[in-house]
Design a protein around this ligand. Sequence first.
Ligand code: FES
Ligand SMILES: [Fe+2]
Length: 351
Amino acid sequence: MSGERDLYFLRNLWYYALPGQQLQPGQLLGKTLLEEPILFGRTEAGQVFAMRDLCPHRGVPLRYGRLVGTEVECPYHGWRFNPQGECTLIPGLVAEQQFNTQKICVQSYPVREVQGNIWIFMPAKPGDQPPLELDIPTVPGFGLDFAAQAWQQFQFPCHVDYAISGLVDPQHVPFVHRAWWWRTDAPLFEKAKAFDPAPLGFTMRRHRLLKTTFFYRLLGGTPEVEISFQLPGVRIEATFTGPNTLCNLTTMTPITATQTEVTTLFYWTTPWITWLKPFLLPFVNTFVHQDLAMVAKQQEGLRYDPNLMLVGDGDAQVRWYYQVKKEFSQAQAEGREFTNPVKSQILRWRS
Ligand code: FES
Ligand SMILES: [Fe+2]
């Protein structure tokens, strides 16, 4: 298992930043992403922008300032910056002191709001722009203006690689998520699932769902599910039950080298799920906290820097994650196209 202990972050990708609802018009919000201080703002007209959260004058975080019209005002000496990060005003200068303020710039970041989520492009070099062919992840069956009906966020106390390898790993499910409403202490079942390469990741091919769990029995019909994973850390599970679609978007964004923000969002067309929402969210909360508690325990062991293993098809998706990540960073470094190392195949495991 090579490469998996190089705990680096990928660049030149769109990262999930925050749910759009967390940033109201006229609001500023500072947030660390990939160890960088970032200021998010939303103008009264609704436009979202992002820039480095440090005033270039004396380094005060701009989040302590305020939004004046469409400009950010630093709280220390009142310098102002437009959404592109250009300085527009230095109030302390007198009229005769000719100074082109626009020479002063705060790094700005490309941001987009899609399906109710704010995504940020984290460049390798300040100012790099997102390639046009790089799509922002979206859930299938919902318009670009459709926002999630429910979402929750969690802080995992680990590097993003461990959060992701916990999420794409099918074999922990019967052990970590042992609960009456999910699985009882039942024997393991043999699984055989078809996988295909997908842009910057892989997809578990759409298939009929075995209705072994309480929740899926509730859904009724003959649900079919498709699960995809893509860099930098985005998992989309789409369940189709006849006329209805239920999607779960889960994103993993590095905050620091030892903290990862996991956001899980739900989109549905099934009207009755709305009524179940107060009951579903505690389930989701319990479920994700089981994963969180396990990676916290794992960190205790990783302090001793053990060699780790990837064994059999059950670990294939974790292996693929590391392979896809490595290929992406090598392709970036060599300035060539990404070639997906994943091949279409059937994986078999017990879980
Ligand atoms: S530190 Fe921001 S204006 Fe001086
Ligand atoms: Fe899990």
